[in-house]
Ligand binder design. Structure first.
Ligand code: SF4
Length: 381
């Protein structure tokens, strides 16, 4: 009989996006399974559990090849998947299922494999959602044009029953500020760029007085001219930094820079934008939905507890302009939503699962893009 990992259960009512209750992993039919090429680490407890798991000789051999102890291991980050030459987890079967899961069920899987693409949050509120790095999440988001709604669901997760660690006033501020931000970002009376600028106004007011009455803040915003000659080179700088920062999207960033070589910047941009807007006439709605889902997943505007509200805004502008830059330019020789989802899912691996939010904020500051006006120009891309 197989020994199971100690049982821990977190059961509560969670706020979730409306697609969440219907989410089911595509497993065998996923074009890019989530373990492909991704550094997946597991804690010490799970490593030794798998080391002692009673199983057949062939599975034992594969299991032993699958996890290797990392350099400088810690209790939480002890071993990592050693991908095979295809970039896949050695436990991935030809039919797209996991050998461990198929044989012993979900209970023996490392926590990361069991939970992904779900992000479970308990610090300020009980919330969970799926990351945009999963292609099924993006497919569900783009299935209709309705604004994303949030609903309550009673859910259980194989996690310790930890309680919210923040104070009650912090929890209340988080929940009301967040709702106010999402209402602004989903208000389709305004263009998405205007909605983002309104968030900037709100963040400035919150830094001035965190107790401010949101409904009284003047959210009128200026118009900024589109200056592609300024925006594109700035985003090339950001993409050069990303080439060093994360190898998984380095190829994307390099391709865009190479495609611009010997081209008139304005003409090439116009051509790329025209194609993007032709294939996705509803691109603003796609952007709205993927951004709201990502911001919910990353707990905006409290994603980095050390950041000011305006820093969160810089990070939001960085996210928006970078996704625009990637989307417009990488779709230039592509036409389908499926291809677009593949590009986005890979890009969100970096955005949703690293310190991207904080790092892009620092990069924008480094390039002197930390004022309301300079960000207003940047997001015109
Ligand atoms: S990316 Fe999403 S749909 Fe694909 S295998 Fe992973 S969880 Fe399942």
């Amino acid at each position: 009989m197989t020994k199971m990992t100690p049982k821990k259960t977190l059961k509560n009512t969670f706020l979730v996006p409306d697609y969440y209750p219907d989410f089911v992993c595509k497993s065998g039919s996923c074009r890019h399974t989530c373990c492909n090429g991704w550094e997946v680490t597991i804690p010490m407890e799970q490593y030794y559990f798998l080391l002692g798991l009673e199983c057949s000789k062939p599975l034992r051999r594969t299991l032993d090849l699958t996890f290797k102890v990392v350099d400088y291991p810690t209790k939480d980050r002890y071993a990592e998947i050693a991908h095979n030459y295809n970039g896949d987890c050695p436990l991935l079967l030809k039919n797209g299922f996991c050998a461990l899961h198929s044989k012993y069920g979900e209970e023996v899987l490392p926590g990361v494999c069991r939970l992904y693409p779900r992000g479970v949050r308990t610090l300020y509120a009980y919330e969970t959602s799926c990351a945009n790095s999963c292609e099924r999440t993006l497919e569900m988001l783009f299935e209709n044009q309705n604004p994303l709604k949030f609903v309550e669901e009673t859910l259980s997760f194989p996690l310790s029953d930890e309680h919210m660690k923040s104070s009650l006033p912090d929890q209340m501020s988080y929940q009301s500020i967040r709702k106010f931000c999402f209402d602004i970002l989903q208000n389709r009376e305004y263009s998405l760029k205007e909605r983002i600028l309104k968030i900037g106004k709100l963040m400035i007011a919150l830094d001035t007085n965190p107790q401010t009455d949101y409904s009284m803040v003047d959210l009128s915003v200026p118009q900024y001219e589109k200056s592609i000659e300024k925006c594109v080179p700035l985003l090339h700088h950001i993409s050069s930094w990303l080439i060093d920062y994360d190898s998984s999207i380095a190829e994307y960033c390099q391709k865009i820079q190479d495609d611009y070589l010997h081209q008139d910047v304005q003409k090439y941009y116009d051509k790329a934008l025209n194609h993007f807007e032709t294939i996705f006439p509803d691109h603003e709605i796609l952007f709205e939905k993927m951004m709201i889902n990502d911001l919910f997943f990353r707990q905006f505007p409290y994603q980095e507890h050390t950041m000011s509200y305006f820093d969160e805004y810089i990070s939001l502008c960085g996210l928006y302009s970078f996704i625009r830059y990637i989307s417009i330019h990488l779709m230039i020789d592509k036409n389908t939503l499926e291809e677009y989802i593949d590009i986005l899912a890979r890009t969100f691996r970096v955005i949703a699962h690293t310190k991207f939010g904080k790092n892009i904020m620092n990069q924008l500051k480094r390039f002197h893009l930390a004022t309301y006006d300079s960000l207003g120009v940047l997001i015109q891309i």
